[in-house]
Design a protein around this ligand. Structure first.
Ligand SMILES: NC(=O)c1ccc[n+]([C@@H]2O[C@H](COP(=O)([O-])OP(=O)(O)OC[C@H]3O[C@@H](n4cnc5c(N)ncnc54)[C@H](OP(=O)(O)O)[C@@H]3O)[C@@H](O)[C@H]2O)c1
Length: 302
């Protein structure tokens, strides 16, 4: 059955990704946007005139009220609160919402090795819940995979630590991986909701380009010829082994989680290269070139 999506509820709109997705939806002029936010959260920075509804994620009535009349929910909820999405999904079904996009926006969870990665346990549980519900209700889902956030990863010195003269590279440093700016994620989400039939009950894959740590280092040297980086090779398996020990000790900080994320992004067996299978064309994404990355690096390294 064909349907159009007009009313879009965005949960987690004030976060890192939400700050880009929300204005993109508003300025597209194609949707009515309603933001769901917890009581006491700041709404500063949300686009002017956007409808804001306070919700209590522990109250089904509150969530159902907030989702009344909505055609789609985009969840941009922070990863530690991922399981909150189950009550949001229940409320979406009760309110007659047609499409739910859970908070994923990263690794290829269709890859068995990535699906078993412990840091994605709650994202996988959310996917499984949606798959089950889509079989018995009118709710549909789209899973959005974009591998690494290019701009976020550069800013956080996550993929290459440009703040260090001896940044780590994983194994040879040449392993290719897909990367996507948060703006392209936002544009791709608009594309998903403009193509509800083509994106129903499946994962979409997008990327701006395929790069590698060594390629990023080469571009960084071009951006800042006055600076010097001497990369240090580390075995990804060794990094993950240390992280596994920390996890077994109950330590769940970023030092533990980071190597698991790096595995999902850049281990050749984890499905992090999307060449040949992207939905870029359907969703209206044109991809980016190294020149674009060079400009990002010039900005980051100034
Ligand atoms: N691929 C990548 O490289 C990459 C990098 C970073 C993030 N991501 C993914 O992008 C998605 C969004 O991440 P983000 O960094 O934008 O998130 P974030 O900034 O940490 O948080 C987003 C929003 O979550 C809401 N939130 C916080 N605690 C909550 C709770 N206990 N219950 C319900 N809502 C809560 C808040 O909204 P309110 O206060 O308004 O309720 C917050 O603004 C995640 O799935 C994350 O894994 C991917």
């Amino acid at each position: 059955m064909s349907y159009t999506i007009k009313n879009v509820a965005i949960a987690g709109a004030g976060g890192n990704l939400g700050k880009i997705v929300t204005p993109t939806f508003v300025s597209s002029g194609k949707f009515n946007v309603r933001v769901l936010t917890r009581q006491g959260s700041s709404t500063a920075g949300l686009p002017e005139g956007v409808e804001v509804v306070e919700v209590d994620y522990s109250s089904p009535e509150s969530l159902q009220f907030a989702l009344a009349g909505q055609d789609a929910v985009i969840s941009l909820i922070t990863t530690p609160a991922a399981m909150t999405q189950l009550s949001l999904i229940d409320a979406a079904i009760a309110a007659g919402v047609r499409r739910f996009i859970p908070s994923e926006f990263g690794s290829n969870l269709a890859n068995p090795k990535t699906r078993a990665n412990p840091v994605f346990k709650h994202k996988v549980a959310t996917e499984d819940y949606l798959i089950e519900k889509a079989q018995s209700t009118t709710l549909t889902y789209t899973f959005f995979y974009n591998n690494a956030f290019l701009d976020w990863a550069l800013r956080a010195n996550f993929i290459v630590d440009f703040a260090s003269p001896r940044p780590q590279v994983l194994d040879s440093g040449d392993t290719p991986f897909s990367a996507t700016t948060m703006q392209s994620v936002a544009d791709g989400l608009v594309g998903v909701l403009l193509h509800p039939a083509e994106t129903a009950n499946r994962a979409v894959y997008v990327h701006d380009l395929v790069t590698s740590q060594n390629r990023l280092l080469a571009l960084a040297r071009e951006a800042r010829p006055d600076r010097h980086w001497e990369p240090e090779s580390v075995a990804l398996d060794d990094l993950v082994a240390v992280a596994e020990k920390r996890m077994a000790q109950g330590i769940f900080d970023f030092e533990t989680i980071g190597p698991f994320l790096k595995r999902a992004i850049a281990d050749p067996e984890c499905g992090g290269v999307f060449t040949g299978k992207t939905d870029n064309e359907l969703l209206g994404l044109k991809g980016k070139t190294d020149e674009f990355v060079l400009e990002l690096l010039k900005d980051h390294l100034k």
